[in-house]
Design a protein around this ligand. Structure first.
Ligand code: SAM
Length: 341
């Protein structure tokens, strides 16, 4: 449905540290139907709809990144599946899978709308998805998400599996909240043929609870798991930051995403674009580049490519998140829901 705009063939994206950027995460909306306590404040102010890129503009922007060498594209948010007509965007982007330009089109979702969309996603070539889910306890799930219903998410996961999509569960490790449930989550996920990754909470955006109260280092989780199970390092990679172990007893994979205890920036291959067309070269830094103006300035993608090149040339070496007693401010003012996970 969308026409590619004719332009010259652009250069691939290589940053000043020689890292090749071939993975783009796009937040298609900052809105979400959950209010996870570590992600958002309860009374979040969202962007006026008029500031958002249209689906056609998002398609053009993503396609420009594909022209610049992106091989893996993840739609995220906010909650991507609550954006009106988002399947139109998936449908149009799937042409890059058919052409072979894109290796993978995927999505990170809270699962609330998945029962409705799983079959369509599979039909459009989405082979793997990440579903964020931190607990198997319905009351705890409601407390973490403030608004979410665990039964909807479980139905969504089953629909995705039934549609043949490989599901990876992402759970934020939360001190005193799901800390005692980590093994149960792993056993449940592996029992359904799913992989599971744990994420350290990051100091992004002002929220009411203290980050220090939430933060559970994954080095602690890993040590505890080793008391019960046999973990062996795996060279499994999905192009993201997770580092995996195989659990001998279950045969499944457990990933550790450790922005706090082990910085993985040296192998960063990613950039992120928000729903207003702002490009963030690092999740953990404030520097950004506006792509909406060059996108709208011309029918040609050349101004857009030039803006992307200028931004990639200043991609920072990495983030420097801090969670400690002396640091009261978040490392980055943006909530995760804005930049996209
Ligand atoms: N709504 C979708 C979802 O729930 O997966 C996509 C967006 S959500 C912001 C992406 C991921 O970021 C989720 O797995 C969520 O748990 C995680 N997340 C949000 N805030 C975080 C924080 N401060 N630290 C670590 N992970 C966070």
């Amino acid at each position: 449905m969308f026409d590619d705009v004719f332009t010259t063939k652009p250069a691939l994206m290589i940053d000043p540290f020689g890292r090749s950027i071939d993975y783009l995460r796009v937040s298609v909306t900052d809105r979400c139907d959950f209010r996870c306590v570590y992600c958002m404040a309860e009374n979040m102010a969202f962007l006026p709809k008029k500031d958002l890129l249209s689906l056609e503009e998002l398609d053009r922007l993503c396609s420009a990144f594909v022209d610049k060498g992106v091989r893996k594209l993840r739609l995220t948010g906010g909650e991507p599946l609550v954006r009106k007509d988002v399947m139109t965007l998936f449908r149009s982007l799937s042409r890059h899978l058919s052409s072979g330009a894109l290796e993978e089109l995927t999505v990170t979702t809270n699962g609330s709308q998945l029962a409705r969309y799983a079959a369509d996603l599979a039909a459009l070539g989405v082979k793997r998805i990440n579903v964020s889910m931190d607990t198997l306890d319905a009351a705890k799930f409601r407390a973490i998400t403030r608004w979410g219903d665990l039964a909807d998410v479980l139905r969504g996961i089953d629909a995705a599996l039934a549609a043949g999509i490989h599901v990876k569960i992402n759970a934020v490790a939360l001190k005193g909240v799901n800390e005692g449930e980590i093994e149960d989550l792993i056993a449940w996920a592996h029992g359904k043929g799913m992989d599971i990754s744990f994420i350290e909470v990051m100091p992004l955006g002002d929220i009411e609870p203290s980050r220090l109260d939430q933060y559970l280092p994954l080095s602690v989780v890993r040590a505890r798991l080793m008391d019960r199970w046999t973990l062996t390092e795996s060279d499994h990679r999905t192009g993201g930051p997770a580092r995996y172990v195989t659990v001998k007893e279950t045969g499944g994979l457990v990933g550790f995403i450790t922005p706090m205890t082990h910085n993985f920036c040296e192998s960063c291959n990613r950039v992120r674009v928000t729903c207003t067309g702002t490009l963030y070269m690092c999740l953990g830094q404030e520097d950004a580049a506006d792509l909406r103006a060059p996108l709208r300035a011309s029918e040609s993608n050349d101004p857009l490519f030039a803006a992307i090149d200028r931004a990639i040339a200043r991609k920072p070496k990495g983030h420097d998140f801090i969670i400690d007693r002396r640091t009261r401010r978040p490392s980055v003012g943006r909530h995760m829901s804005m930049t996209g996970g």
